[in-house]
Design a binder for this molecule. Structure first.
Ligand code: NI
Length: 162
């Protein structure tokens, strides 16, 4: 395992659409391990493969609910409710902004064994799923911010970022 360099806003790769994963390979398995390591190192709760420079539809999420979610080729199939709150992104360091997201989502994806499964999330998990699925489409949260993008206060730096 190794950490990978997180691409930051301005890097064109973050605006590109990721391609589906067709089969699990040792290379993809290693990428997923590296994504978790990178995400934990950077205190993030979610990471998309494009953020480490790989244009594949792979997302890792850990919102501290005891699970390490891997979503391969994810597709959000249900959304309901609404939540408005601060969001951040490892690719937009030092910034935060208010984004409205659904409060409940259901996503269909493949796991690391390439088996289909469904994951339902509320609150932070729902927010993370939406944020990371947007990355796979080349979309950053900064385009959805209500009001101004703000600098993160030093005392809030522990806040999780996606
Ligand atoms: Ni992000």
């Amino acid at each position: 395992m190794a950490t990978r360099k997180v691409r930051v806003i301005g890097d064109e790769i973050l605006t590109k659409t990721c391609k589906p994963v067709k089969e699990m390979t040792p290379r993809i398995a290693e990428l997923i391990e590296d994504m978790f390591e990178t995400m934990y190192e950077e205190n993030g709760v979610g990471l998309a493969a494009s953020q480490v420079g790989v244009l594949r539809q792979i997302v890792t999420i850990d919102v501290d609910d005891g699970n390490q979610y891997v979503l391969i080729n994810p597709e959000i199939v249900e959304m309901s409710g609404e939540q408005t709150g601060y969001e951040g992104c490892l690719s937009v360091p030092g910034k935060t902004g208010v984004v409205t997201r659904p409060s409940h989502v259901k996503v269909r994806a493949l796991n690391e064994e390439m088996q289909p499964y469904e994951l339902e999330g509320e609150g932070l998990l729902a927010r993370a799923i939406c944020h990371e699925c947007d990355h796979l489409k080349g979309k950053l949260y900064v385009t959805m911010v209500e009001g101004e993008l703000k600098d993160v206060d030093a005392e809030d730096e522990e806040e999780s970022e996606e």
